[in-house]
Design a protein around this ligand. Sequence first.
Ligand code: 4AD
Length: 554
Amino acid sequence: MSLYINESTGVDDISVTGSQDQPFKTPAYALFSAREDDEEPKLFVFKKDEEKGDCFVEISASALKKARKGSDGLKKKLAKQLELEKKKQEKDENEAAKKLEALNIKIEEDKSLPEAIKCKIQKSYDAVDQRVKVSGWIHRLRSSKSLVFIVLRDGTGFLQAVLTGDLARAYQTTALTLESTVTLYGKVCKLPEGKNAPGGVELLVDYYEVVSLAPSGEDAFTNKIAEGADPSLLLDQRHLALRGETLSGVMKVRAALLRAVRRFYYEEGLTEVNTPCMVQTQVEGGSTLFNLGYYGEEAYLTQSSQLYLETCLASLGDVYCIQESFRAEKSHTRRHLSEYTHIEAELCFLTFDDLLVHIEKLITTAVRYVLEDPVAGPLVEQLNPGFKAPTMPFMRLDYRDAIKWLNEHGIKNEEGEDFKFGDDIAEAAERKMTDTIGVPIFLIRFPVEIKSFYMKRCADDANVTESVDVLMPNVGEITGGSMRIDAMDELMAGFKREGIATDPYYWFIDQRKYGSCPHGGYGIGTERILAWLCDRFTVRDCSLYPRFTGRCKP
Ligand code: 4AD
């Protein structure tokens, strides 16, 4: 048999015949294409010859030798490929058989077992040796040869569960995904010494139901919330990110902190009130007001409930509120939010010193309550290992002494110069000072000019006010407070100094007319005190759905 080769027009393919009209491209392929048991074909190679004309000539001996080698190589390659295909087919068949077997496993409850008691995970820790029924989200999922491990989450805690035998092999189990919801039935077993799991228990699952299966593949939860993803992408997926252990842990501490603050206020006899968020007055300067169209009138989102709290003193005595405050902040820093939860209190018939003692008592007591809480206490230790609760009294640092301290430590003001009386101590300088000193500080007696219109002047120095900022290491200011001007003429002068029209404030001014009293109060940024307590880099990690410049979703 003769086979023809043309290196420029030929094709190495099974469909090619190797005739002069349909030549192969290479001699090796031509030999490879011949049947094993036939005689070796004669090969003719196309040759361009301008004198005699183009023609096919018999292949040279050396080229033929090379072609045989090439053909052997191709044969080996083919054999390898066939082997691989065979193995794959066997594997597919094996898997199909396993799947079929798995599909045939019916997950059914054994009715002879004791009835399962429905409970939340937190309660299951105390149900050792009992058969329980627990619903939740699959937080972690891992399978080894014949076991499937699930860590279930229900918001009250985490429960390690193990599936064995048919339950582990059932197709339904192999198709489980992270964040699917399930109801697990089984016996709670105490873990042996040396083994660790939440609550010191493990659930030996004997039956389970799938409530809702979360997607796998491209849409899988882990693809939405990839570790180390860009913070802005994680914020877009905040509704999913909140399921993580850190964020949900902070939210639990947050709830415990607010509970602790309310408990302290209750014990101290303060009454909780709810003040309006839609207002027509400013408290902390016009530049951070959010404007609100209000049926054709100008209105704002509240910056602070202080003025309203002041109006409650005469009817309810000492009061507090825990409410959102809004600031159209120009500062894009790690401690500024556009919306934050403001803990504010107002107290009457007290001195500036009384106010300071009240604030340090609130902070130390609330922190103690949080640390004593069986859920929040361990979470704080986890988030902020080695955290030491602050003790009373807090350090009192006069503004004038702070200025001296800053200058002595070479810390400059915003203009890059030495601090002078009347300078605002901006965030960076304040942080450096607070972090260096390393303990909670009451920074007191700020100059009149850098504080709000309502702050009372000190009796011994009319240039400064009875004001306080509480500074905490790693965060800086977490609280701002002061005694309030209680004399009518002084208050009017304050409005005038700040260029604020007094008409909209008639109800606030009236407090100085109908039985004025010495009073003072403060506001704590919930997210800031949490950032300190839980050692978070930014207050954004301490808010459920943080709002800041450029972010108002989800
Ligand atoms: O110092 P501020 O502005 O004081 C007041 O609003 C007073 N009227 C409160 C009062 O006396 N009732 O704010 C008080 C605290 C700050 O110390 C800070 O913790 C928090 O509120 N805060 C903010 N937190 C997050 N983002 C912001 N943009 C904040 N602005 C203030």
